[in-house]
Design a protein around this ligand. Structure first.
Ligand code: SF4
Ligand code: SF4
Length: 269
């Protein structure tokens, strides 16, 4: 049976909120009979940090990486545009990084691959004004690793998969997506969606936008920050996420210069 037929059978999100200390039973690796079945026919959105790491690992420019390995995708609940991995044009729609031996980019595999079969949710605690993470299990008919291995806590699993260090740099980005989801179907100007897509997918383009457009005439960015984001992709991403909060939600995190009228136009580079 083709993997594409196997996938989609019995996909169940177990409606139980898991805490970091919750135990579940799971094992995975080249020895399991379903090895690699989960690496096909995926809707696999990439975080901005996934893109950065994969691009660096493959020695490509961001433009080359995006063109070769991704396609645009609208996140269903937030309506925000991101890049997702483009599956291969074969019968099984395999991931472009899947080989006979397994994942060819295992050290820099995307955050979603690290999490599977767990999922991450973010709950907004309005009373306390903060976000709380929670986890859940995704059960798919073809995955034989669930309920057949040793017990492991959610946090032990996260550590074993290198999730904290892959997730931390995109915490603010995930908050943006979650906030947009929680606002429901409000209309966002096309221009703002384009800016979100640029920051989320292409740091080189965003850097040109900051330094080669009227950006610095419109927004106050101190010299130290400018020096950092000129050189450091991660710092540029963090800066970009704070700026997106201003663009999408009017949060005044990157201040406008007082003398510049709000309607001053900027075009993405
Ligand atoms: S990136 Fe690696 S782990 Fe993720 S789907 Fe592709 S082959 Fe599988
Ligand atoms: S056990 Fe599940 S996660 Fe591991 S290879 Fe099999 S299908 Fe994929």
């Amino acid at each position: 049976m083709a993997i594409t037929e196997l996938r989609g059978m019995d996909r169940v999100i177990v409606p139980i909120k898991l805490e970091p200390g919750t135990k579940f039973i799971f094992q995975c690796g080249p020895g399991v009979p379903c090895f690699k079945l989960c690496c096909s026919a995926l809707y696999l959105p990439l975080t901005p940090y996934d893109i950065l790491r994969l691009r660096n690992h493959l020695g490509l420019s961001t433009d080359e990486f995006l063109l070769q390995y991704t396609e645009p995708f609208i996140l269903p609940r937030s309506g925000l545009p991101v890049a997702r991995l483009k599956m291969q044009d074969n019968e099984e729609k395999t991931c472009p990084f899947l080989s006979e031996e397994g994942c060819k980019v295992y050290e820099v595999r995307p955050l979603a691959c690290r999490y599977y079969p767990l999922g991450l949710g973010i709950f907004r605690n309005r009373d306390e004004g903060r976000n709380e993470d929670f986890y859940y299990l995704v059960k798919e008919g073809f995955c034989q690793g669930l309920d057949s291995g040793p017990e492991i806590t959610v946090e032990e699993y996260r550590q074993s998969q290198g999730i904290p260090e892959t997730e931390e740099p995109v915490k603010e980005w995930a908050e943006i997506v979650m906030k947009k989801e929680s606002l429901g179907p409000i209309e966002v100007p096309e221009k703002s969606l384009q800016l979100f897509f640029m920051v989320s997918t292409n740091p080189e383009r965003f850097r040109r936008f900051v330094f080669e457009s009227k950006f610095l005439e419109i927004f106050e960015v101190d010299q130290e920050t400018q020096d950092r984001i000129r050189e450091d992709d991660l710092a540029l991403l963090q800066f970009g996420f704070r700026w997106l909060k201003s663009v999408l939600f009017g949060e005044d995190l990157i201040k406008r210069r007082k003398e510049v009228p709000k309607h001053k136009k900027m075009k993405p580079a």
